[in-house]
Design a protein around this ligand. Structure first.
Ligand SMILES: O=C(O)C(=O)C[C@]1(C(=O)O)C=C[C@@H](O)C=C1
Length: 179
């Protein structure tokens, strides 16, 4: 019975929703590289001018793609807050446990932000593809299931699961059920 239920649930996961969730998880995992780039440099986790730049570019691209810029901007505010949540958790971990600290410092400007920018482009395409699914009453259930599956498949730890949860907060325009 459980197997049948799981199979049925997996076929009802709209690919557009799971595609977006996979990209949100990619962004969450990339927060490790963002944090490693900043760790030990004195550069703060919060960078308000960069946030404004990301959101302005999202608004502009949304108009070009024909998706609602206000809704897309809200979704990306969530991505940024989620990234900061994970970065703060990692900084706390690295402070407490020197053995867990990163051994390599990637370059934020030339390595990490270009990767974030590529994910942003893909996420906007995924948002467009998911436009209809986002408006359906089934959105939250499918989103929750897709998030649960990606967390399990990638074996995300607590801070990254919390980050993913935060990242999906306004995808359906309502609160996501905890999993
Ligand atoms: O680019 C950075 O410095 C990041 O930390 C990433 C990011 C984002 O998620 O886009 C998150 C927090 C900062 O305030 C700015 C941007």
């Amino acid at each position: 019975m459980l197997v049948v239920t799981v199979l049925l649930l997996s076929v009802t996961v709209v690919p557009d929703i799971s595609g977006f969730v996979a990209l949100a998880a990619d962004r969450i995992e990339l927060a490790d590289q963002v944090a490693a780039a900043k760790w030990g440099t004195g550069q703060p986790i919060d960078d308000p001018p960069r946030e404004e730049q990301v959101l302005a570019s999202v608004a502009e691209r949304s108009v070009r793609l024909g998706i609602d810029p206000a809704s897309a901007t809200a979704v990306f505010r969530d991505q940024i807050e989620a990234s900061k949540l994970v970065q703060r958790a990692l900084f706390r971990r690295w402070h407490a446990d020197p053995g867990s600290r990163p051994t390599h410092r990637p370059d934020l400007l030339t390595e990490v932000r270009p990767r974030l920018d590529r994910i942003t482009e893909d996420m906007l395409e995924a948002l467009k593809a998911a436009e209809r699914a986002r408006a359906l009453p089934s959105c939250e259930r499918k989103l929750t299931w897709a998030a649960f599956r990606v967390s399990a498949r990638r074996d995300l730890d607590r801070p990254h699961r919390a980050g993913l949860h935060r990242a999906l907060g306004s995808f359906c325009g309502a609160q996501l059920v905890s999993w």
